[in-house]
Design a protein around this ligand. Structure first.
Ligand code: ATP
Ligand code: MG
Length: 388
């Protein structure tokens, strides 16, 4: 395996906030960076040494990226898998197009979970009217999810009856979908692993996540954020899922914990994840540094959490608390609170529902961190209480 040492150039497909934080981590270690993103004003493009603004399938753009970068990764899962395969002909690419293609398609993703022996929500594949008609009654009420291109709860509809299911599938344009049984959730959690080409694998502690309106709102990580056996189970499931893909890179696996305590896998993301942003301030190595290390073929040390941590997502809504003219939140008041770390993604325009940044809060005890987080939420105008 080739090791790509600092001084070389690392490339990333996608210029969003995840790409920006990857670029920061790479530059901190002395790499040059190249970003491919069609948007001339992307968060990662603005801070990268090189920025190629072409479409993700543009052959010339891909050739320029491969010409600049010694190895290439991705920051979003809907990057065209054939583009990754195209790049892989001339440069090391991780994660590989095959793993990304599985994560892009809920039908293939669920089949992979089943293959790995990890339980997922009962579901049915709906690609044809005949499959729609044959859906077992006990999957209702359920959630109809498009197989491809869903994120932040988009491409999903709750359905209670066969009539609603049929209407929802029609409204989705009759594309490939899965119908998932609606499960009684106690809470949600995720596990992030990093795996090198040599098979070495490390993981972060299991993270407890709270979603609002289908978007991650709060992540909390401390010694008691999950029952010990649930955390252990989630970590071993995430590791088998990565192992089963011969995955190289950072992978996030999201889970549901049901009212009866059962752990059920929801989905995976072939990249660093919003629920892992706390690692930037709560661990001795962040998920983005591990992405750099896996891409460059560098050793992976097991991450050590040194602080209890809470991450608050900062959506554009916080700019519009007093009407339709955007007003920036009171950053100075938030930063006066102990253990607060502000991360903003450099997006010029705030919009409702848009991820603008996140606030990490770290401290010695979760009680102290929670009380600071409550203060911060009050200053920012976030809904309180932060937990359910
Ligand atoms: P993202 O990729 O941003 O995490 P997504 O659009 O892929 O979101 P999912 O993760 O599938 O969506 O679902 C979004 C949220 O909806 C989940 O985090 C969970 O709160 C709820 N949800 C999804 N599926 C189920 C289910 N089967 N039963 C109960 N709740 C569910
Ligand atoms: Mg999700």
């Amino acid at each position: 395996m080739t090791v790509i040492l600092p001084g070389a150039t690392l490339g990333v497909m996608g210029g969003g906030q995840l790409g920006r934080m990857f670029v920061h981590a790479a530059q901190q270690m002395g790499y040059f960076t190249a970003v491919l993103d069609p948007d001339a004003d992307s968060p990662a493009g603005r801070v990268s040494h090189h920025h190629i603004h072409t479409d993700y399938t543009d052959v010339d753009g891909l050739a320029r990226l491969a010409g600049l970068a010694d190895a290439i990764t991705t920051e979003f899962e809907n990057v065209p898998a054939p583009s990754l395969e195209h790049l892989a002909a001339s440069r090391p690419v991780s994660p590989g197009g095959d793993a990304v293609a599985i994560a892009q398609d809920r039908i293939r993703e669920k089949a992979h979970f089943v293959r790995c022996g990890v339980e997922c929500a009962p579901y049915a594949v709906i690609e044809t009217a005949a499959q729609l008609a044959a859906v077992p009654q006990d999957l209702l009420p359920g959630i109809l999810k498009t197989a491809r291109l869903g994120y932040d709860g988009k491409g999903q509809r709750r359905v209670a009856t066969r009539g609603e299911l049929e209407a929802a599938w029609r409204d989705a344009g009759g594309v490939a979908c899965v119908l998932e049984k609606l499960l009684p959730l106690d809470f949600e959690c995720s596990v992030i692993v990093a795996r090198g080409e040599d098979g070495q694998m490390v993981h972060f502690p299991a993270q407890r996540n709270l979603h609002r309106d289908g978007i991650l709102a709060v992540t909390e990580v401390h010694a008691d954020s999950l029952p010990f056996s649930t955390a252990r189970h989630a970590i071993s499931a995430a590791r088998s899922i990565a192992e089963g893909l011969s995955y190289v890179g950072v992978l996030c696996v999201e889970f549901f914990v049901l009212a009866d305590g059962r752990l059920v896998v929801n989905e995976m993301a072939p990249r660093p994840h919003n629920s892992g942003h706390w690692t930037m301030d709560g661990c001795d190595v962040s998920q983005f540094e591990l992405q750099v290390r896996t891409l460059a073929g560098l050793p992976l040390n097991p991450p050590r959490q040194h602080s209890a941590a809470i991450m608050l997502n900062l959506l554009g809504d916080l700019w519009f608390l007093d009407g339709d003219t955007p007003v920036p939140p009171r950053w100075a008041d938030v930063l006066a609170l102990p253990g607060t770390h502000l991360h903003l993604y450099g997006k010029t325009e705030a919009r409702r529902g848009r991820k603008m940044g996140h606030l990490n809060i770290t401290g010695e005890s979760i009680e102290a961190v929670r009380s600071t987080a409550d203060f911060a939420a009050a200053v920012l105008g976030l809904p309180i209480p932060l937990s359910e």
